[in-house]
Design a protein around this ligand. Structure first.
Ligand SMILES: *Cc1c(COP(=O)(O)O)cnc(C)c1O
Length: 346
């Protein structure tokens, strides 16, 4: 189902699961704030989970630990995030979810085109729903937009309704029969009902036309990103252990949204800020994905004593390098040369 953004898809998923006050949802701390914010939109509580310090992914142990920490709340769901495009270990997360009666919703906003355990990400074989973002920085763009997938017909019906103001147009469930039907028992042509208010989260035809044409280019974009990632891996090898690519997981293939490296800034005796400034001076953009959610003032105020050492270890070392299909091989050379020079390793 097409929606107006990945964030709208997250909000709709929380609504469709009936999450609300008194419920809690486990969210990994290393993600874009939208994953956690969607839980707050429905006034449920966010329980932030730690992540693997090298991949940034929430694993089964981190999910279980977060669940155990939230012992006074009714934890009903978890929103694992396929960070950078790499899939979480869905089979292992599904085991923990089953044991604790949790619904899984995959934030796959980074992972369009990836796969896990031989399944395309988004087929929801191990979750209730998954969503993708089609924001311009993501794998394909539709201006602003998103996609939400599910295998559950009942959820699909609820999601379609919530996307369109909550309007009910299925005459089988009209509740006001006198208003709804004419004397011959035909539904009146103007008629619709509202049972629960929804939102305007539709994607416009214009955005969908762009998204549709972009979808046809996904395989080509993905091939190019994979080639660029392999090239980066090869050219960066001499910089180990100071600079290391984020390790690849064994249970699936990345959708290759980002190409982050982990840098030992202490050993290099360079701060991340000064390295980023030096790269900028060479005409090279870089970014940090992400400031852990538990470090954001809003979420820190909710749980001031929370420390998540894996998330912090990932955050303090990560740096996303330029990574887009139109990059030439020579651009990768130039990025690695600048990195090498500015880290004083040449
Ligand atoms: C981009 C992103 C979102 C939000 O998607 P929008 O389409 O920008 O609303 C949510 N989660 C993650 C992990 C993202 O990267």
């Amino acid at each position: 189902m097409a929606v107006s953004s990945g964030t709208a898809a997250l909000h709709l998923a929380a609504l469709a699961l009936g999450l609300g006050p008194g419920d809690a949802v486990v969210v990994p701390s290393v993600t874009f704030v939208a994953t956690a914010n969607a839980v707050r939109y429905v006034n449920a509580d966010v329980v932030l989970a730690d992540v693997d310090p090298d991949t940034g992914l929430m694993g089964p142990d981190e999910l279980q630990a977060a669940f155990d920490r939230a012992k006074n709340a009714t934890v009903r769901a978890a929103f694992p995030v396929h960070l950078n495009g790499q899939p979480c270990d869905m089979a292992a997360l599904a085991d923990v979810a089953r044991a604790n009666d949790l619904e899984l919703v995959e934030d796959a906003c980074h992972a369009l085109g990836g796969n896990v355990d031989g399944h395309a990400i988004g087929d929801t074989h191990a979750s209730r729903m998954a969503m993708f973002s089609l924001h311009p920085v993501k794998a394909i763009a539709m201006g602003e937009g998103g996609l939400l997938t599910t295998n559950d017909d009942e959820l699909a019906t609820a999601l379609h309704r919530l996307r369109n103001h909550g309007l009910v147009q299925d005459s089988d469930i009209f509740s006001d029969r006198d208003e709804a039907f004419d004397t011959a028992g035909q539904p009146n042509p103007w008629y619709y009902e509202l049972h629960t208010p929804g939102f305007n989260y539709r994607a416009s035809d214009i955005h969908c036309a762009l998204g549709h044409s972009q979808l046809g280019k996904l395989d080509r974009f993905l091939d190019r990103r994979r080639t660029l990632a392999n090239l980066y891996d090869r050219l960066l090898a001499p910089l180990a252990p100071l600079v290391r690519p984020v390790p690849r997981v064994s249970w699936g293939q990345s959708g290759w949204h980002l190409y982050p490296v982990l840098i030992d800034f202490d050993a290099a005796d360079v701060s991340r800020a000064s390295l980023m400034h030096a790269l900028t001076a060479d005409g090279i953009g870089s970014q940090v994905h992400y400031i852990p959610v538990h470090r954001q003032p809003y979420y820190r105020a909710i749980d001031p004593d929370l420390t998540l050492s894996g998330a912090d270890a990932y955050y303090t070392r990560c740096l996303s390098l330029p990574f887009f299909p139109a990059m030439a091989d020579a651009d990768v050379d130039r990025v690695v040369a600048s990195l090498t020079r500015n880290l004083g390793t040449s």
